[in-house]
Design a protein around this ligand. Structure first.
Ligand code: S6P
Ligand code: ZN
Length: 194
């Protein structure tokens, strides 16, 4: 007989995305993303203030084994470092072929994806949009609006995180404000990170 896990539910508050019973909450301030924004001067200047960039509410601590799912909400605050919008660190899954589903709950954002070879793809996310992260694509989310950008993420519990590759290389593209609008431009620091 299998070792049955008991079914459960979690409340996800709408539209703010908070999960009151979240067993794990991560708070990411600018200092946690140091070196990831293209404009290092602007990043350094803003570090004095060290604003909150995003929060992650992990709905479960399901075992990190094949067959299980985990799900969480991410709340990215509005703001920019220089002209680059607030964003998540971004990662590949440690098990590279693991996929993910994002579902927009509030605000307006972009899902920025790239292959290990540097091919870039961008998907716009608004409430109701379900965005699929296929196997092997690194992913980062970006708040391009003036309110919190909130989404739900559902992913295989054994996916894991590879943050190092992004920390070393960055993303090939960045999302910046140009004439009041988001624009995807090449990252001048791609592959040149120190
Ligand atoms: C996990 C999933 C999300 C992110 C979250 C924060 O696979 O993609 O829950 O963990 O959006 O982003 P990051 O890059 O700091 O983990
Ligand atoms: Zn992921």
């Amino acid at each position: 007989m299998p070792d049955y896990m008991m079914p459960f539910t979690r409340m996800i508050n709408l539209p703010d995305g908070t999960i009151p019973e979240a067993p794990v909450t991560q708070l990411r301030r600018l200092s946690d993303l140091e070196g990831l924004f293209a404009d290092r001067e602007a990043e350094r200047a803003l570090l004095a203030e060290n604003p909150m960039i995003y929060e992650v509410y992990e709905a479960t601590q399901n075992p990190e084994t094949i067959g299980h799912l985990r799900y969480s909400t991410t709340v990215i605050h509005p703001g920019k470092v220089g002209d680059e919008y607030f964003m998540t660190k971004g990662h590949y899954h440690a098990l590279r072929d693991r996929t993910e589903l994002y579902y927009g709950l509030a605000g307006e954002g972009y899902l920025l994806l790239q292959t290990p070879e540097g091919e870039t793809n961008v998907q716009r996310m608004t409430p109701g949009i379900a965005a699929y992260v296929p196997p092997f694509w690194g992913h980062r989310t970006v708040n391009v609006g003036s309110e919190n950008f909130v989404f739900l993420a559902v992913y295989p519990a054994d996916a894991g995180y590879d943050y190092d590759t992004i920390a070393r290389q960055g993303f090939a593209a960045i999302i910046v404000e140009r004439n009041g609008k988001p624009q995807v431009v090449p990252n001048p620091r791609f592959g040149k990170r120190t």
